[in-house]
Design a protein around this ligand. Structure first.
Ligand code: GYE
Length: 339
């Protein structure tokens, strides 16, 4: 399998407008390219026929990352760019996503895309899409299916690597201090929660950072705060929090401040995502380090959908590259941040 690294780190510096232009260009290219090949079929391709209907089932609206991801998809898969988008929000429930996918199959859309809330349990519905000849593109989160013919492509970050980057920085900064750490995990069973936990644990192995507790905060600010309140009641010696996303870290900040302590000093905080609110807290000294997870997947999704519909080969895995920020880097990056 060829692995293509898309330099999202550099792409992030390009303006959203430029990326939309890119998406718009490629949306014009795919249909005209295909009608050139079948010159005689051009007549049948009445105006509007080359519009790609796409059903997208989103995880929910649990975080700032998700809001930015939804915006990127909705801003890119527009009528102007040649798409007819049906969008649904599954409110973090797999059964809602399965229902949405079934309704897209019944509608007979050209492409189905979704960000699977959890990793497992997708084979039956993906087989239904395959039987109906509707290509599926995964965005953001992976499925653990053994049969990779059930989807065309998976576009998203390497979550294990994100966890490792966070853990390596923790070791660099804090090894030797005997730090006690608590972990705020993402949604149970989701690819980013499983992978970030694994990557971080591997990176701190052999250091003297000790994970004293680990619970899910479901990627939300409210639950992150609640879980952190519980940790603070249970332990009086927490030195470090690793939160699987910014929102839970921001919830933890509220809990730490309410307990009369200073986040970023008395208790250090490392998170993942690097969305605006997280970056602001990092620049303000309340978070110590953030590994980025780029949510701007709309342009890649548009391009892959066009290729799939045109019958072109696509990469099975498109890895989005992420950066990382300390407090100083966050202050510098903030003014130009898109999300
Ligand atoms: O980190 C978190 C969101 O799947 C990468 O989901 C995504 C994660 C992201 O809720 O904020």
């Amino acid at each position: 399998m060829t692995r293509k690294m898309w330099m999202r780190g550099t792409v992030a510096a390009v303006s959203a407008a430029a990326m939309l232009t890119l998406a718009a260009c490629s949306s014009e290219q795919a249909p005209s390219g295909s009608s050139e090949e079948t010159a005689s079929g051009e007549e049948e391709m009445a105006e509007g026929d080359d519009v790609i209907s796409i059903g997208f089932s989103q995880v929910g609206a649990e975080s700032g990352w998700r809001a930015a991801n939804t915006k990127s998809i909705q801003d890119t898969l527009t009528a102007e760019n040649g798409f007819d988008l049906s969008f649904s929000d599954a409110q973090q429930k797999q059964e809602n996503q399965i229902q949405a996918i079934r309704s897209y199959i019944a509608q007979g859309v050209d492409v189905i895309a979704f960000s699977p809330v959890v990793e497992s349990g997708w084979d039956p519905v993906l087989q239904e899409a395959q039987a109906a000849d509707i290509p599926v593109i995964l965005t953001d989160r992976a499925v653990d299916s053994q049969d990779d013919t059930l989807y065309e492509s998976f576009i998203g970050s390497d979550f294990v690597l994100e966890g490792e980057m966070a853990g390596e920085w923790a070791v660099e900064q804090y090894d030797g201090e005997g730090y006690k750490m608590v972990e705020l995990q993402g949604t149970t069973g989701s690819a980013p929660a499983i992978d970030r936990k694994e990557g971080f644990a591997a990176a701190i192995e052999g250091s003297d950072i000790e994970v004293i507790d680990s619970q899910t905060g479901n990627f939300t600010r409210t639950e992150g705060k609640q879980v952190m309140e519980g940790f603070l009641q249970k332990y009086d010696d927490i030195d470090l929090v690793f939160a699987h996303n910014d929102d839970m870290g921001l919830g933890a900040i509220e809990a730490i401040e309410a307990a009369g302590m200073v986040p970023g000093e008395d208790i250090k905080i490392i998170t993942i995502d690097a969305v605006k609110d997280g970056m602001q807290a990092l620049a303000d000294g309340k978070i110590n380090y953030i590994v980025e997870c780029n949510p701007l997947l709309g342009p890649d999704l548009a391009e892959i959908a066009q290729k799939v519909v045109a019958g072109e080969e696509v990469e099975k895995r498109i890895v989005v590259e992420d950066l990382a920020f300390d407090q100083e880097a966050a202050a510098e990056a903030l003014p130009d941040r898109q999300y």
